[in-house]
Write a new protein. Sequence first.
Length: 118
Amino acid sequence: MREEYQIIEIDKSLLDNRMRVSRDEGCRLVQIHAVSLTGITELTYSVATPDNRLTNYRIILKDGEEIDSITDIFPAAVLYENEIKELFGVNINCIAIDYNRRFYDIAVDAPMKKEAEE
């Protein structure tokens, strides 16, 4: 039987330290998941321990708010972060390889971002 997965909501200012501690404990980055809601985007950073216990750290960003990249900690985050930046319109600073919204060939900016209903 699998244990319940943890979702721990943290402030974006704690993300860098939490990811560094996770890496130093031998964790690997499993995913970064984005969900757009009216006025906010939820980012969930999932890490797994060497024995495959999963922990999820959730950041809530208001529209227009910026967050720093974790590619200096987990280089594989480059793909997730470029996708989130392009599809959800999240401002992610200092991505190791930044495709500058050219990761996908799409006709509109941030097609997954939920806009306020009129």
